[in-house]
Design a protein around this ligand. Structure first.
Ligand SMILES: Cc1ncc(COP(=O)(O)O)c(C=O)c1O
Length: 399
């Protein structure tokens, strides 16, 4: 009798379905070069260059000094959940109760957990292209089927309700909308947003609204699908304090959704991270309830940097770029250089830019397109000058 050998498979199918976040992989490669003493211009990082505002830091320091350092309830202390609800209601006219809010260790966790509780094997999730790197992998981790929704560069990568409607099938469980978008900076118009919300609501599809850049909307007044309170049942708002208040490293995010959803988010969180860091919750209260002047200041500076970067990038012969209406990236088309100098893809171009021109960018493949690179512009104007000069020199030499 032969006894079956134990399976030699170590890792699960689900971990095999995802890849290391491309932006984090780029950051790791850049860190290696920096450790060798190479002076890089970093257009890779997706974070504001400002320090966290003083009053937010002070709130965290005061909380630590007051020994606010124990576990809290899993979804966050009532005051932080109230601050989230009140801020969103004041800015967008949404209507959530405290138990319809959960505070999370970063917006990414809110998104990750929302997909885990809503998307099952075989469920389809509509995802507009270009998409933020993590969406695709998080859906795949849950066993969901990613349904990519192509957009047109000539239309500023705009996502429309008509396109979404065509992508809906009986298997559609959710739609992800990230407006303003990382990486393209494209914004869904208020009219399209309302039509998409209506579509989702009428068909019983969950609309996951990633509002990470909601305040960095340069096209007009920030809008949120959360203001359409009649569709609340099918809306999950995923928020982040990271970009709004220059708090990327603090890990502060949240979800706003009907109680049945936040209860399940809390259930999942209770078995993984438990509460988000106690004193970060106090800092978040300060951020959300104090004057929002810092948000307006950051926004004004980003608009200036966007215009500055866009002018410099499009001055490089062969590079074209749509005008981003929000977030803090430009997403130039570099197809003119594919096929030159042995470069066969945006990934190869970004790799050569890193190693030969010492400029950090993220290749479009990470966001689902093949002819672009993402450039993050929260840097100094001197860095923009130097980085685009290096890029221009490198690209100009390719034959
Ligand atoms: C579109 C989008 N959503 C969510 C996040 C997650 O932000 P955090 O986890 O820092 O709150 C990011 C961060 O880059 C992002 O770009």
């Amino acid at each position: 009798m032969t006894i079956a050998a134990p399976s030699s498979k170590i890792f699960t199918d689900r971990i095999g379905r995802i890849e290391v976040s491309a932006t984090m992989a780029v950051a790791a490669e850049a860190a290696k070069l920096r450790a060798q003493g190479i002076n890089l211009v970093d257009f890779g990082a997706g974070e504001p260059h400002f320090p966290t505002p003083r009053h937010i830091k002070d709130a965290a320091i005061a909380a630590i000094d007051a020994n606010f350092s124990k576990y809290t309830v899993v979804p966050g202390i009532p005051d932080v959940r109230k601050a989230i609800v009140d801020r969103h209601a004041a800015d967008f006219g949404s209507d959530y109760a405290i138990d319809e809010a959960i505070f999370t260790t970063g917006g990414k966790l809110a998104l990750f957990n929302a997909i885990q509780i809503l998307v099952d094997h075989g469920d389809e999730v509509i995802l507009p292209v270009p998409y933020w790197v993590s969406f695709k992998d998080i859906i795949q981790y849950a066993g969901g089927k990613v349904v990519l929704l192509e957009t047109k560069e000539a239309e500023n990568f705009r996502v429309t309700a008509d396109a979404i409607e065509k992508a809906i099938t009986p298997q559609t469980k959710a739609i992800i909308l990230n407006t303003p978008s990382n990486p393209s900076g494209s914004v869904v118009s208020a009219e399209d947003l309302e039509r998409i919300v209506r579509l989702a609501h009428e068909r019983g599809i969950y609309l996951l609204l990633d509002e990470c850049y909601v305040y960095l909307n340069y096209a007009g007044k920030p809008v949120s699908g959360g203001s359409l309170t009649w569709a609340k049942e099918h809306i999950v708002i995923l928020g982040s304090l990271s970009k709004t208040y220059a708090m990327t490293g603090w890990r502060a995010g949240f979800a706003l959704a009907p109680k049945a959803i936040t209860a399940n988010l809390s259930k999942l969180q209770s078995q993984s991270t438990s509460n988000a860091t106690s004193f970060v919750q106090k800092a978040a209260i300060a951020a959300l309830t104090s004057s929002q002047e810092c948000v307006a200041e950051f926004r004004a500076e980003f608009i200036e940097l966007r215009d500055y970067m866009l002018a410099k990038v499009t001055a490089i012969p062969g590079v074209t770029c749509t005008k981003p209406e929000g977030a803090f990236y430009v997403y130039p088309n570099i197809s003119a250089f594919i096929g030159k100098g042995g470069i066969k893809s945006a990934t190869e171009l970004a790799t050569r830019l890193l190693h030969e021109a010492h400029v950090v960018t993220v290749p479009g493949e990470a966001f689902g397109t093949k002819e672009h690179i993402r450039i993050s512009y929260p840097v100094t104007k001197a860095n923009i000058d130097e980085g685009t000069r290096r890029m221009g020199e490198f690209l100009g030499k390719l034959t």
